[in-house]
Design a binder for this molecule. Structure first.
Ligand code: DAH
Length: 340
């Protein structure tokens, strides 16, 4: 008897019902009045009295198992019936708000493009998988520059000459190689760095590069262009300042700060009580870079800049954690619904 109970238990556990017929088979076989369980209950009367209790209990457990399995099979079958053939969609899940929204990174990128387009910048694009020359060498990185080291750059193991671009500056090179000045373009895109993910860092993020090369382009043009951008992006009362800095591909180089648009410069936790927040790196294109791209550095000059799209979005919308951009939490994303 015990063996029979065990065998029946296994049978119930492994039973499936893909069709209505199979479901009916299951019902007949296990739980109907003429089913296996009823048979076993009838055998109970042949069991010695002192064992009856033990067997009765085991049988009752199996009965419950058989019934709950039946309920599971019924609901599985109902669910499957509601899915159109050939799809994996589970139409029984509750509907979510079907109106999507533009991701804040896309919205910020679109806004940046729109502002620069108004003052004559085209949009250019370049590869995310790049070679050392376009990502570093042509941009005047000395061979031993720390940014080339393994901790920053994702190199392709089989061919260390190939890497995931660490910035969008590679597109400057590609553009100058294929187009003669005047060049006035912005270059948005994804970039990759070997960084641990935290509230302030991610291994994938977005930048917008800017490049203007022509005769007589000066630092004054750089200042006026970025000042215009800052006012359009962050509000008319925004001020900017240039802090001397270093990039191998620009000389002179500067970091661009804007006056904190939250506190207006008086100091708050967004600007860490300095009154200023950094938005971009910039400078005059280094003559070596122009020459590397067959552009006559005696005739042409240019300015370039690069900014992080996440950073601009975080400042503008006061987003405190970079991870929110990639977690796809609908509560976060829905806040940007009205944006385009
Ligand atoms: N490529 C730099 C970075 O990723 C940003 C940058 C700085 C770009 C100065 C520029 C520039 O074009 O002129 O940190």
């Amino acid at each position: 008897m015990l063996n029979k109970i065990k065998a029946l238990k296994q049978e119930i556990e492994s039973a499936t019902a893909v069709t209505q017929d199979e479901l009916e088979q299951y019902r007949l076989h296990f739980i109907s009045k003429k089913g296996e369980l009823t048979n076993l209950f009838q055998e109970l009367k042949n069991i010695p009295t002192d064992k009856k209790r033990e067997f009765g209990q085991a049988l009752n457990e199996i009965k419950q198992l058989a019934q709950s399995k039946f309920r599971d099979l019924v609901s599985d079958l109902e669910r499957k019936k509601s899915i159109p053939a050939g799809t994996d969609a589970d139409l029984t899940l509750p509907a979510y708000d079907p109106v999507g929204s533009v991701h804040p990174i896309t919205a910020t990128r679109n806004r940046i493009i729109e502002i620069f387009k108004r003052i004559g910048f085209n949009v250019a694009d370049g590869p995310e998988i790049e070679d050392d020359w376009h990502n570093f060498t042509a941009l005047n990185f000395p061979p031993d520059h720390p940014a080339r080291e393994m901790q920053d750059t994702f190199f392709i193991e089989k061919n260390p000459d190939i890497l995931l671009r660490t910035h969008t500056s590679n597109v400057q090179i590609r553009l100058m190689k294929k187009q003669k000045p005047p060049i006035r373009a912005i270059m948005p895109g994804r970039v990759f760095r070997n960084e641990a993910i935290s509230a302030r860092a991610h291994c994938i993020f977005h930048q917008v590069e800017g490049l203007y090369v022509d005769e007589n382009v000066s630092f004054k043009d750089l200042k006026a262009t970025l000042f215009y951008f800052a006012k359009e992006m962050f509000g008319k009362s925004t001020k900017i300042r240039f802090r001397p800095s270093y990039f191998p591909f620009t000389e002179p180089s500067a970091e661009i700060d804007i006056s904190c648009f939250i506190c207006g410069g008086s100091g708050c936790n967004i600007c860490k009580y300095t009154g200023w927040v950094e938005i971009a790196g910039s400078g005059m294109v280094h003559p070596n870079v122009l020459e590397n791209c067959d552009t006559d550095s005696g005739k042409f000059t240019g300015f370039a800049f690069g900014m992080g799209i996440e950073r601009i979005a975080m400042l503008k919308y006061q987003i405190k954690d970079l991870r929110l951009f990639t977690e796809n939490d609908i509560r976060f994303l829905q806040q940007f619904k009205t944006m385009i």
